[in-house]
Design a protein around this ligand. Structure first.
Ligand SMILES: CC(C)(COP(=O)(O)OP(=O)(O)OC[C@H]1O[C@@H](n2cnc3c(N)ncnc32)[C@H](O)[C@@H]1OP(=O)(O)O)[C@@H](O)C(=O)NCCC(=O)NCCS
Length: 430
């Protein structure tokens, strides 16, 4: 059975900060952020945009852009490390906002940035083993990446959600049915205690943990594969990675190349030219969205995948590798096969027009938003107003009343339209 991604869509906040402006405000050379980290802008969520609103908006886009009936969704999972409640999952808000059926298997997954990839694997296995009975899985990666103001991690913030429909009609991409490599190790590279709105990170150590995990997951895949040659880099037209910041993908590809070559390749050595060439051909081209959105934790790998699918054709893309990393840590290396003809969905998946329409924040506006996020997290609030935040989206967070989160825009046009269609069809049958 062919199983993979039938549909994919991104949704992010309506505002951003220019990293050159942030560098200036922090007294840092802008080249450090734009060249050293490879980041140009970072998306900033206003207080009315949260993990729920981004997940719902991405999910509505994926269903409507690909004309998928919400009634066909039998599993709904939200992977996130910045959920809105210690107990109640983001997924159940999404279930309500989309009007999904009551017997949908709905839950949230967490393992830092690995949570959504874990859900994708589970959905893949659920369908492959025959239990889905024709139903599809809706997997959403939704996160707001936050570090303290002035922290080295500050320029690697971002926010956004990627929604994917996994099914036995993989119009975009099919997962390798046989082999994937895994790696797990308890490390304290990045974590966020229950009492903290911002993450703690041992940044340089986390880069080392990421690279060790890449090696562990790739070696596991090679050990398990009946034909390890299928993982050979020469067979891969694209290698995409988890992207906390664009430069990390360059480091990841360097390590990937070394393992493939079976030797360490120093940046001063002659062979490093080959590493740079492979990086520019197989990875760098698919980092342009990550560079202007920033780190979206669980969705970062899939944002790079969107970039790949919107910018390639079936003729030049037959087989790719996907590396997912979640601090703490867990990682996987897998192979996927883009479906011939996927390019006909280019317009449906390309978020660039929306990203270009975002509005720029000054650094003081951005800092005010951060301050407000923290003050709102303490209890009940006044009702938030979209015009005060210059927001145009349909589904927005309104604040808390009696410790209950309230949202505007619960009515979903596509769900209502589909419900009426089903009703009319069943009346016609009888
Ligand atoms: C990534 C992180 C550790 C960088 O922090 P930092 O100590 O302030 O930055 P560095 O001094 O290492 O500089 C970053 C890069 O910019 C380069 N750089 C510094 N100044 C520069 C300048 N003026 N012009 C060009 N490049 C510059 C550095 O050489 C370095 O590149 P390299 O890694 O290839 O050597 C920090 O942003 C962080 O903690 N991020 C969050 C954690 C994370 O994303 N981890 C990834 C694994 S999940």
């Amino acid at each position: 059975m062919r199983v993979g991604i039938e549909a994919i869509a991104f949704h992010g906040p309506e505002h951003y900060v220019e990293l050159a402006d942030l560098a200036k405000a922090r007294g840092v050379d802008p080249d450090k952020y734009t060249k050293g980290l490879g980041q140009i802008r970072m998306a900033v969520a206003t207080p009315m945009e949260d993990t729920v609103t981004m997940a719902v908006n991405a999910a509505r886009k994926v269903l409507s852009n690909f004309d998928i009936d919400p009634h066909d969704i039998g599993t709904l999972v939200v992977g996130t490390e910045s959920g809105v409640d210690h107990s109640k999952p983001v997924a159940v808000y999404v279930h309500d906002a989309l009007g999904l059926r009551a017997n949908c298997h709905t839950y949230e997954t967490k393992h830092a940035c690995f949570g959504a990839m874990a859900a994708v694997f589970s959905a893949n296995d659920w369908i492959s083993c025959g239990r889905a009975d024709g139903a599809k899985a809706l997997i959403i990666a939704s996160d707001i990446a936050r570090y303290p103001i002035g922290d080295p991690g500050e320029p690697t913030q971002g926010a956004g959600a990627v929604a994917m429909v996994i099914s036995d009609r993989p119009h975009l991409l099919q997962f390798d049915p046989e082999v994937r490599g895994h790696y797990t190790k308890q490390v304290m590279d990045f974590w966020r205690p229950l009492y903290s709105p911002t993450a703690f990170v041992d940044g340089h150590y986390s880069i080392g943990c990421y690279l060790n995990a890449l090696e562990g997951a790739l070696v596991d895949a090679l050990d398990k594969a009946t034909f390890p040659e299928r993982y050979a880099m020469e067979r891969l037209q694209a290698c995409i990675y988890h992207v906390p910041f664009a430069k990390m993908a360059a480091k990841a590809h360097h390590r990937h190349f070394e393992i493939d070559a079976g030797e360490a390749i120093d940046t001063e050595s002659e062979r490093y030219v080959e590493v740079r060439k492979a990086f520019s051909e197989k990875t760098q081209r698919w980092l342009s969205l990550n560079a202007v959105v920033g780190n979206i934790y669980t969705g970062s790998l899939f944002l790079s995948l969107i970039d790949l699918l919107r910018g390639s054709t079936s003729d030049d893309l037959k087989q790719i590798s996907m590396f997912s990393y979640g601090s703490g840590c867990a990682a996987s290396m897998s192979i996927a096969y883009p479906t011939p003809g996927f390019e006909r969905f280019r317009q449906a998946i390309d978020p660039e027009p929306e990203l270009n329409a975002r509005r720029k924040l000054s650094i003081s506006e951005y800092e005010n938003i951060i301050w407000l996020h923290d003050s709102l997290a303490t209890g009940d609030t006044e009702e938030l107003r979209a015009d005060e935040w210059d927001l145009h989206g349909d589904f927005l967070y309104l604040g808390n009343h009696k410790h209950i989160r309230r949202y505007r825009g619960l009515e979903c046009g596509i769900c209502e339209a589909r419900r009426s269609e089903r009703l009319a069809a069943s009346e016609h049958q009888h």
